[in-house]
Design a protein around this ligand. Structure first.
Ligand code: NAD
Ligand code: TYD
Length: 345
């Protein structure tokens, strides 16, 4: 493996993965292929383009553009495609599902076609624990049925199934990881942890959906990157690997801890109307990836502490985003008027 295309590499996890790969493997060349949606941000890769100029290239293009995908695969003699590109936020999928189907399903198909046509050695799909749907008891294993409930998770499941179809029907060497919620540097502040941390820094309310008792397995983004690396090098083609810490935290407890770490009053917590179809709990059984040599390095508390510190120290990064017109418009559309009036409950 030498010439890797990382689609969606200007986003949160993708940019962390690119930095990780270039630091870890001095002989790898990485092409980031990203069309820079609202979530794509070249600030995420600023240091990468300076430190690794000779082993890093950036192409601004859409994964749904088959011609451009083929050109890049040919021009760079690509042997590996790692697909992070996606519309990734559940709340936006409830507003505008079409873009999710386009990128997460059709875009995956376009990449798989290129992988097939040019015989790439590996196509890796970065997927999510959300494809299993909510898991009220027990833990999801890789062979469980998919019970998606949001347009986001349904689109991601569509992408996964297309990957498996291309493996079975055409022998494309695919692997899939299904990761739990990531936290860490460069996460767009629409996702709950960077949203809560940056709001708390500015003494703004933390909008908690419903009763706050929903549970997520929050993992540190670099643990997730290492897991993908392990699957790329030691995973079996045609296989799916769950990737998380195996420990769940309630949203309300996560919010309390953020306020405590920042020394802010708990009164900033603002209960608001719940997300429609809100999945109550995700929980992964990660024994399969552990059996090929991966273990998460950070506990939830360690991951959250590092994350909070990064947003405190890197306000230049998120203030630029939060002061933009796109963010403000989204925030108003998503949150205005959803506060639960405590007097009425
Ligand atoms: P993100 O929204 O931060 O980044 C997505 C990136 O993809 C952006 O840079 C965007 O510009 C790019 N992109 C979107 N549509 C594109 C298109 N049509 N063509 C080219 N580029 C396009 O997302 P993220 O949180 O970094 O997630 C990355 C991947 O990991 C996604 O596939 C997501 O489903 C998956 N995942 C995320 C989490 C999480 O907690 N964030 C957990 C598990 C899995
Ligand atoms: P999110 O970061 O959107 O990830 P996902 O829904 O894909 O797991 O949300 C994580 C959890 O936080 C989820 O249970 C919804 C909840 N949440 C809030 O309570 N308030 C918010 O403003 C957001 C964005 C999420």
């Amino acid at each position: 493996m030498k010439n890797i295309v990382v689609t969606g590499g200007a986003g949160f996890i993708g940019s962390n993965f690119v930095r990780y790969l270039l630091e870890r493997y001095p002989n790898y060349h990485v092409v980031v292929y990203d069309n820079l949606t609202y979530a794509g941000n070249l600030d995420n890769l600023q240091d990468v383009s300076e430190r690794f100029a000779e082993r890093y290239d950036f192409v601004r293009a859409d994964i749904c553009d088959a011609k451009e995908v083929e050109r890049v695969v040919q021009q760079y003699s690509v042997d590996t495609i790692v697909n992070f590109a996606a519309e990734s936020h559940v709340d936006r999928s409830l507003m505008e599902p079409g873009g999710f189907i386009q990128t997460d399903v059709y875009g995956t198909y376009v990449l798989l076609e290129a992988a097939r046509k040019f015989g790439v050695e590996r196509y890796h799909q970065v997927s999510t624990d959300e494809v299993y749907g909510q898991v009220l008891d027990g833990r999801s294993t890789e062979s469980d049925r998919l019970h998606t409930r949001s347009p986001y998770s349904a689109s991601k499941a569509g992408g996964d199934l297309m990957c498996l179809a291309y493996f079975t029907s055409f022998g494309v060497p695919v692997t899939i990881t299904r990761g739990s919620n990531n936290i860490g540097p460069y996460q767009y502040p629409e996702k709950v942890v960077p949203l809560f941390v940056t709001n708390a820094i500015d003494d703004l309310p933390l909008p908690l959906y419903g009763d706050g008792l929903q549970m997520r397995d929050y993992q540190y983004v670099l643990d997730h990157c290492e897991g993908i690396d392990v699957v790329l090098h030691k995973g079996q083609i045609g296989e799916i690997y769950n990737l998380g810490t195996g420990t769940e935290t309630r949203n309300i407890d996560m919010a309390h801890l953020i306020l405590k770490l920042l020394d802010k009053p708990q009164s900033l917590l603002q209960p608001i109307t719940d997300r429609p179809g809100h999945d109550r709990r995700y929980a992964l059984d990660c024994r399969k990836i552990q059996s090929i040599g991966w273990q998460s390095r950070h506990t939830f508390e360690e991951a959250l502490e590092k994350t909070v510190r990064w947003y405190v120290d890197n306000q230049w990064w998120w203030r630029k985003i939060k002061s933009g017109a796109h963010y403000e418009e989204y925030y108003t559309r998503q949150y205005a008027g959803r506060e639960i009036n405590p007097a009425a409950t």
